[in-house]
Design a protein around this ligand. Structure first.
Ligand SMILES: Nc1nc2c(ncn2[C@@H]2O[C@H](COP(=O)(O)OP(=O)(O)OP(=O)(O)O)[C@@H](O)[C@H]2O)c(=O)[nH]1
Ligand SMILES: [Mg+2]
Length: 251
C-alpha cells in the first residue's frame, strides 16, 4: 500500500445527521444504530479510484456546537469535505450554510477551489422527508459542489459519496483549481477541458492586446487568472444565487 495516494477527507455537519454512521458504513460495512455523539475520530480506508490505489484518511467531526472551536484546524488541513445534513431534519439543512461559510473563510484564503460533496443522508426514511431534492440541488449549485443522497442504514450511495469526492479532488488537481468540473471525468473530458482553458486564455490575451492597442482601459481592471472560472468563494446566507454550474448530482 506504500504507493497509494493519500486523500484527507473531512465529514462535517450538524449533530445527529449520520456523519459517523456514513463513515462507519464505508470503513466497516456496518450500520451504527446507536447514537454516540462524536468529539473527533479518524478512520483509514484503502480502495482504488479511477484505477489509482487510494488511502482515504477520514476525519469524522463533532456536530455539537460545544466542540466548534476545533473546526478551524481541520478545515485548514482537509482536502475535501462531505457536508452532511439529514433529509428528515429541516433544521440540519438550514444549518449547512454556516459550515460552508466557515470552510470558505478558513480554506478560501489558501486555495482557489474547495472540493465539496453535499450529502443528504437518511434517504431510507423517504416518507419523513423534509428537504426536497430540488432545493438541495439548488444549494449545491450555490456552493459549486456536487450533491448526493445516501443512507448509512441501507448503504445506498455511501461509497459513491466518498469516492465521488475523491474524484473531484483528483480532477481538480489535474485541471488546476477553479475549473467547473464533472464528477466522473474521463481522460477525454479532461483533455477537452484543458483545450477549452487554452482557448479561453488565447481569447483573453487577444482581447487585452486589442484593448492595449486601442488605448481602452476598464475601470476596475480585474485580471482573470488563466481564464479560470467557477471559484466556490460565495458567502451564502439566504436565497438562491446561481453560480457557474459545476454541480453534479447523483440522487
Ligand atoms: N434511518 C437512518 N438512520 C440513520 C442514518 N444515518 C444515521 N442514522 C441514525 O442517526 C443517529 C445519529 O447518527 P450519527 O452517525 O451518530 O450522527 P452524527 O452526525 O455523527 O452526530 P454527531 O457525532 O453528534 O455530530 C444514529 O442513531 C444513527 O443510527 C440513516 O441513513 N438512516
Ligand atoms: Mg458522530
Amino acid at each position: 500500500m506504500s504507493t497509494s495516494k493519500e486523500f484527507r477527507l473531512v465529514v462535517v455537519g450538524p449533530p445527529v445527521v449520520g456523519k459517523s454512521a456514513l463513515t462507519i458504513r464505508l470503513t466497516q460495512s456496518e450500520f451504527a444504530n446507536e447514537y454516540d455523539p462524536t468529539i473527533e475520530d479518524t478512520y483509514r480506508h484503502y480502495c482504488e479510484i479511477n484505477g489509482v490505489p487510494a488511502s482515504l484518511d477520514i476525519l469524522d467531526t463533532a456536530g455539537q456546537e460545544e466542540y466548534s472551536s476545533m473546526r478551524d484546524l481541520y478545515m485548514k488541513t482537509g482536502e475535501g469535505f462531505l457536508l452532511v445534513f439529514s433529509l428528515v431534519d429541516r433544521n440540519s439543512f438550514e444549518e449547512i450554510s454556516t459550515f460552508y461559510n466557515q470552510i470558505m473563510r478558513v480554506k478560501g484564503e489558501l486555495v482557489n477551489f474547495v472540493p465539496i460533496m453535499l450529502v443528504g443522508n437518511k434517504n431510507d426514511l423517504e416518507d419523513q422527508r423534509q428537504v426536497s431534492k430540488e432545493e438541495a440541488i439548488s444549494l449545491a449549485k450555490k456552493f459549486d459542489a456536487s450533491y448526493i443522497e445516501t443512507s448509512a442504514k441501507t448503504g445506498e450511495n455511501v461509497t459513491e459519496a466518498f469516492h465521488g469526492l475523491v474524484r473531484v479532488i483528483m480532477h481538480n488537481a489535474v485541471l488546476g483549481a477553479g475549473l467547473s468540473r464533472t464528477l466522473y471525468p474521463s481522460a477525454k473530458e479532461e483533455k477537452e477541458a484543458q483545450l477549452r482553458e487554452a482557448v479561453e486564455q488565447k481569447k483573453e490575451q487577444k482581447k487585452r492586446k486589442r484593448e492595449e492597442l486601442s488605448g481602452v482601459t476598464s475601470g476596475a481592471s480585474e485580471v482573470v487568472e488563466g481564464g479560470k472560472v467557477g471559484r466556490n468563494q460565495a458567502k451564502v446566507s439566504g436565497g438562491p444565487k446561481e453560480e457557474s454550474g459545476g454541480c453534479c448530482v447523483i440522487v
